[in-house]
Design a protein around this ligand. Structure first.
Ligand SMILES: [Zn+2]
Length: 357
C-alpha cells in the first residue's frame, strides 16, 4: 500500500517532532501533519541524508534543519520514489566506507572553506539586479521615513554627483532617524540619518560619510555582507525569502575591516576627484570618538558599525594636500536646505527605534 506511510518530521523551525503521513501526489511528496496541515514537497528538493537505526533520514535542499524520518520498512513503492541512499549512500557503497570517509573529510573541509570565503569572491559576481530584488524583498517600504523638499533633494543630488561616478544610479535618501549614522542597503540604496546631518559641522563631513557608503555599494560589500549574514540560501530564496530581515538587522550588518578600509579609500578618492577636503571627515571621526557611546541605540550608531575610528581619522588627515584648492561640497544655502528637510517635510515619519537595544 503506497498511501499513508507513517513518518516523522522535524521542520527546522523548532525541535518538535511532528508525526506525519506520506503519500505521492502530483509529482511531489505530500506530507500531512496530524493536525491536518498538508504540504507537497517537490521530489527534486529532497535529499537522502543517512540511514539512522531502522529509519531513513531525508533532508530538504532549501531548508536547513528540515528532516524527514521514514521507517526503512515503509512501502517499497513509496521508498522507491524517494532519493536513493543505498546502505550508506550511493557512491559510498562503491568506494567502501573507509575510503569514503577520507574523501568525505576532504570534501567537507573544502566545502567549509568555500562557504567561509564565498562572500568575498561570490559577492561581486552576483548580478546587481538580483541584489535589487533581494533588497526590495528584505527592506520593504522606506520611503515613508524619507525627508524630502525640492531644495533638499537638489542638494542631496549635488552631493551624490560629487562622490559617485558609478554607472548604475545609487538611491540616496535622507531618513528621519534620530541616530548619527548612514547605511548602505541592498540594491544600491543609501540612507543618511538626519541626526548625522544635524551633527555635521559642514557639508564636507556629510560628503565624506556618504562617499564611504557609496564605496560599500560600488565594491559590492553589501552583497558580501548579505551572504555572510544569511548564507548562500539568500541567492536561492531571493525575493521569496522569509529570512525576516529588518532594517535594524540590515543596518547593523557587519562589514569586514578590509571592506571598511576599501570604502574609506573609495571615499578619499571621490573627495579628491571633487576637490573636497578630507580634513572635514577626519574631524567628524574625531568628534565621534568623543561622543557618549552609550547614548541612544548603540546597535545603530556609526561607532558600533565602524570601529577603529582613530585609525580612520588618521588616514583621512594624511590625505589632506597642503596646496590643494579645496572647495565646499555644498553652498551654505544647499547645506541649510539639507539640514531643514526633516523639519519641513511633515509627511516624513520618524523611524521608531523599537527594535531593542
Ligand atoms: Zn562602512
Amino acid at each position: 500500500m503506497e498511501d499513508g506511510a507513517a513518518a516523522e518530521l522535524f521542520d527546522g523551525q523548532s525541535a518538535i517532532r511532528h508525526p506525519v503521513t506520506l503519500h505521492w501526489q502530483d509529482g511531489g511528496l505530500a506530507i500531512a501533519r496530524a493536525e491536518g496541515a498538508m504540504e507537497v514537497i517537490p521530489a527534486a528538493v529532497l535529499t537522502f541524508n543517512e540511514h539512522r537505526g531502522d529509519r531513513l533520514v531525508y533532508g530538504h535542499r532549501e531548508r536547513a534543519g528540515w528532516r524527514l524520518l521514514v521507517p526503512a520498512d515503509a512501502a517499497p513503492a513509496l521508498l522507491a520514489r524517494l532519493p536513493q541512499g543505498g546502505k550508506y549512500g550511493g557512491w559510498i557503497d562503491r568506494f567502501g566506507l573507509v575510503r569514503a570517509s577520507v574523501v568525505l573529510a576532504v570534501i567537507s573541509a573544502a566545502a567549509v572553506a568555500a562557504v567561509m570565503t564565498a562572500p568575498s569572491w561570490l559577492g561581486p559576481m552576483v548580478p546587481e539586479s538580483w541584489e535589487r530584488q533581494i533588497g526590495s524583498a528584505l527592506v520593504g517600504d522606506l520611503d515613508k521615513f524619507a525627508c524630502s523638499t525640492p531644495e533638499s533633494d537638489a542638494a542631496l543630488a549635488a552631493l551624490v554627483r560629487q562622490v559617485d561616478d558609478g554607472k548604475t544610479p545609487v538611491t540616496v535618501q535622507l531618513a528621519k532617524i534620530d541616530m548619527v549614522n548612514a547605511v548602505a542597503l541592498p540594491g544600491g540604496r543609501i540612507l543618511i540619518f538626519d541626526k548625522l546631518v544635524q551633527e555635521a559641522k559642514s557639508p564636507d563631513e556629510v560628503a565624506g560619510v556618504l562617499a564611504h557608503e557609496v564605496g560599500h555599494v560600488r565594491k559590492r560589500h553589501v552583497m558580501q555582507a548579505l551572504l555572510r549574514q544569511f548564507g548562500l540560501s539568500i541567492l536561492l530564496s531571493g525575493a521569496n525569502s522569509d529570512i525576516g530581515g529588518t532594517l535594524g538587522g540590515l543596518a547593523t550588518m557587519g562589514y569586514s575591516r578590509e571592506a571598511e578600509r576599501e570604502a574609506d579609500a573609495y571615499s578619499r578618492m571621490q573627495l579628491a576627484r571633487s576637490d573636497i577636503s578630507p580634513a572635514a571627515t577626519a574631524a567628524f571621526f574625531g568628534r565621534l570618538r568623543k561622543l557618549d557611546p552609550t547614548a541612544g541605540n548603540k546597535q545603530l550608531s556609526y561607532l558600533a558599525s565602524h570601529p577603529d575610528t582613530a585609525e580612520r581619522e588618521q588616514a583621512f588627515k594624511a590625505a589632506v594636500k597642503r596646496d590643494e584648492a579645496y572647495r565646499p561640497a555644498l553652498t551654505p544655502a544647499q547645506f541649510q536646505a539639507l539640514r531643514q528637510a526633516c523639519a519641513k517635510d511633515k509627511d516624513a515619519e520618524e523611524w521608531s527605534l523599537g527594535w531593542g537595544s
